[in-house]
Design a protein around this ligand. Structure first.
Ligand SMILES: Cc1ncc(COP(=O)(O)O)c(C=O)c1O
Length: 251
C-alpha cells in the first residue's frame, strides 16, 4: 500500500482523476463543436449544433469527453446509454445510474450497483467495457440536475446495431459503442429529418469479432488460409483492442 496507487482508466476515482480524464477526453467534444456547424449545414440541418449527443456509458469517460463542451449548449440533449444487458429488470445489467443507489466505489461517491449491505453486486453486459458497477461522479451529478439523460440498451439490441453499422457503413463499431448506435437508431425514428444526432463511436470492434461470431452463430477465421480452422471465441482480444474514436452523424 505504501508504494502502490490505484488509478482507474475512466472518469472515476478520487479527485483529480475524473477531472483529468474528462479534460483529456474532451478534445473530442471540442472538435465536434468546431466541425459540426459545417457538417450539419451541408446535411441540410437548421441548427449549428446537433439536437442530441449520444454516447455509451461504462465508467463514463468517452461520454464525458463529448458531453462536457456541450453542457452549456442547452438546446443539445445529452444522452448516455448504459448496458441494459438482458433487461433493466433482469438483474443482469450494468446500469448503475438507472438501477443503482448512492454509494462509494473506487474512491468516489456516485451511483453504485449494490445490495442492502452496500456490497457491490454482479454486473453483466455483452461488452466488457460497459460491465462496471459504478459510474463517474460527474455523470451522477448531470443525472441528478437533469442536464443529461441516461437510457438502457440490451445486449441483443447492441448486437443488432453492430451488424447494421458493419453492413450499411462498413464501420465495425466496438460492442460498447454499438449501444450508442442502437439508441441512435431508435431515437432517429422519433425525430424530423432536419434534426441531427451526434454519436460517439468510442472504439472499433475488431476486438469483438470473436464474441460477435459466437453470439451470431457465425464462423470466424483469422485469415483465408485458416478456413476450416475456426478460431471463433478464441482470439487474443486484448492484443487487438484500440481506442480509436470516430464520429458519425445520423440525420
Ligand atoms: C471501446 C470502449 N468504449 C467504451 C468503453 C466504456 O468506458 P467509458 O464509459 O469510460 O468510456 C470502453 C471501456 O473499456 C471501451 O473499451
Amino acid at each position: 500500500m505504501d508504494n502502490t496507487f490505484y488509478i482507474i482508466g475512466t472518469v472515476a476515482g478520487p479527485h483529480p482523476y475524473p477531472m483529468m480524464v474528462r479534460d483529456f477526453q474532451s478534445v473530442i467534444g471540442n472538435e465536434c463543436l468546431v466541425q459540426m456547424p459545417e457538417m450539419l449545414a451541408a446535411a441540410g440541418c437548421k441548427t449549428e449544433q446537433p439536437d442530441v449527443v449520444l454516447a455509451c456509458v461504462g465508467g463514463g469517460s468517452n461520454a464525458m469527453g463529448i458531453f462536457y463542451p456541450y453542457i452549456e449548449h442547452e438546446k443539445t440533449r445529452l444522452i448516455g446509454v448504459e448496458a441494459a444487458g438482458e433487461g433493466l429488470d433482469s438483474g443482469k445489467h450494468s446500469a448503475s445510474i438507472q438501477r443503482g443507489s448512492p454509494g462509494v466505489l473506487h474512491g468516489n461517491r456516485t451511483y453504485v450497483l449494490q445490495d442492502d449491505n452496500g456490497q457491490v453486486t454482479e454486473t453483466h453486459s455483452v461488452s466488457a467495457g460497459l460491465d462496471y458497477p459504478g459510474v463517474g461522479p460527474e455523470h451522477a451529478f448531470l443525472a441528478d440536475i437533469g442536464r443529461a439523460e441516461y437510457v438502457g440498451i440490451t445486449d441483443a439490441e447492441a448486437l443488432e446495431a453492430f451488424h447494421y453499422l458493419c453492413r450499411t457503413e462498413g464501420i465495425i463499431p466496438a460492442l460498447e459503442s454499438s449501444h450508442a448506435v442502437a439508441y441512435g437508431m431508435k431515437l432517429a425514428k422519433t425525430m424530423r429529418t432536419d434534426q441531427s444526432i451526434l454519436i460517439n463511436l468510442s472504439g472499433r470492434g475488431d476486438k469483438d469479432i470473436g464474441t460477435v461470431a459466437d453470439l451470431s452463430h457465425g464462423e470466424f477465421f483469422c485469415r483465408p488460409s485458416c478456413t476450416g480452422q475456426s478460431v471463433k471465441g478464441n482470439i487474443p482480444v486484448a492484443l487487438v483492442q484500440s481506442t480509436f474514436t470516430a464520429i458519425k452523424v445520423v440525420a
